[in-house]
Design a protein around this ligand. Structure first.
Ligand code: ADP
Length: 358
């Protein structure tokens, strides 16, 4: 094995995914802990085995142990780079994690309560395990820092308490990676690119001359498209009604975990399962997903004044010709637009960004 250089880490609520790269940015090893707190699984270089991990600390300990088994000691690495969901309005580029940057990530917890605390826990565990190892943070919101105020501001009054209540956008690392790798297929980057990241979470991004100018996700990753379990676009008036009917916590659960493809189909959040099911409800969920992508696509095309190419990425975007065709059928009215499938390489992108700072 070449000398390991950068460990990319994506710590979520029930999973911690890592990818190890050498100095030439070749991927050496992937270790993923999933189902933390439940029916856990540790996947090492593609091989899965069941392993109960009560919490993220236990999962991280298993990841460190697996690295040791591969004769990789943290101290010999050049750095660890974390994917961090929310960087707010100030953290708009990759950062070396200093105490100040750590504080800033903590300040963004109210903006991403389901994500940033887990990133911070992983950063702190890493500091404890290898105090001298440089750590970096790459932000999912960063690519959208170029969205102009007219697109990111809600029509709310100017009030100090409303500071920070604006559209941010997510999946930024994925879109940045599309911008970097699409020219391998197109030679030059299309000027007006409509990018679609379609996975469990899903969004669209209008990319004008390589920069994000609009996206379907907003203040939180809940808005925009119909997703695996998230409702996507929903009238604020309807949200207020849900909160009055069920209370905040139940409404929160409904919107985040029980809606989207799962809620519509009554069957599954997983597109593969829905495609195979052939039931009317599963078909309706698929149709809803594609219809709303096309509806929102119209809005983003308008933000760019037209479109020159469409790029699909994410688990559904990369693998489902059925969904890609259904979406492009809806968009026939745009004329003949070249479409591309671009495998997402988020970890590689983060490693490359971190390397520029090492
Ligand atoms: P995440 O957003 O959690 O990273 P992924 O990008 O891996 O998720 O996407 C997961 C989704 O991709 C699931 O709905 C899964 O069913 C779907 N998917 C993966 N492969 C296929 C396929 N061959 N056909 C249709 N859907 C697929």
């Amino acid at each position: 094995m070449n000398k390991p250089s950068i460990l990319v880490m994506n710590a979520g609520s029930s999973s911690i995914k890592t990818a190890l790269f050498d100095g030439a940015l070749s991927e050496l090893l992937r270790i993923e802990a999933t189902g933390i707190g439940g029916a856990g699984q540790l996947e090492v270089a593609g091989k899965k085995h069941s392993l109960h991990m009560p919490d993220n600390a236990a999962a991280l300990a298993n990841i460190f142990e697996t690295l040791e088994q591969h004769s990789i000691t943290l101290d010999t690495l050049d750095g660890v780079a974390h994917r961090v969901v929310h960087g707010g309005t100030t953290l708009t580029q990759i950062q070396r994690i200093t105490p100040e940057v750590r504080d800033e990530i903590a300040t963004c917890i109210p903006l991403a309560p389901l994500h940033n605390p887990h990133h911070l826990a992983a950063i702190d565990a890493m500091s404890a395990a290898a105090p001298d190892l440089p750590q970096f943070a790459s932000f999912d919101t960063a690519f959208h820092a170029t969205i102009p105020p007219i697109a990111h501001r809600f029509a709310l009054p100017d009030h100090p308490k409303l500071n920070g209540v604006r559209r941010y956008g997510f999946h930024g690392t994925s879109y940045a990676s599309v911008v970097r790798t699409l020219p391998e297929q197109t030679q030059t980057l299309p000027a007006r690119l409509l990018a679609m990241h379609l996975g469990n979470g899903a969004s669209l991004c209008a990319i004008l001359d390589g920069r994000s100018v609009a996206t379907t996700m907003g203040y939180s990753p809940l808005s925009g498209l119909t997703m695996g379990t998230r409702a996507g676009e929903i009238d604020a008036g309807a949200v207020l009604r849900l909160v009055r009917m069920f209370g905040v916590d139940e409404a929160d659960h409904l919107l985040h975990n029980a809606s989207g493809l799962l809620g519509l189909s009554g069957l599954s959040a997983d597109m593969r399962t829905l495609e195979a099911a052939q039931t009317p409800d599963a078909q309706f969920a698929i149709d809803h997903f594609c219809y709303w992508i096309a509806r929102q696509a119209g809005s983003l095309v308008s933000a760019m004044g037209g479109v020159d190419a469409i790029a699909f990425t994410g688990g559904i975007g990369e693998n489902s010709a059925l969904i890609r065709n259904a979406i492009t059928d809806h968009l026939q009215w745009l004329g003949s637009i070249p479409t591309y499938v671009v495998p997402t390489q988020e970890e590689l992108y983060i490693a490359r960004e971190a390397q520029t700072l090492i």
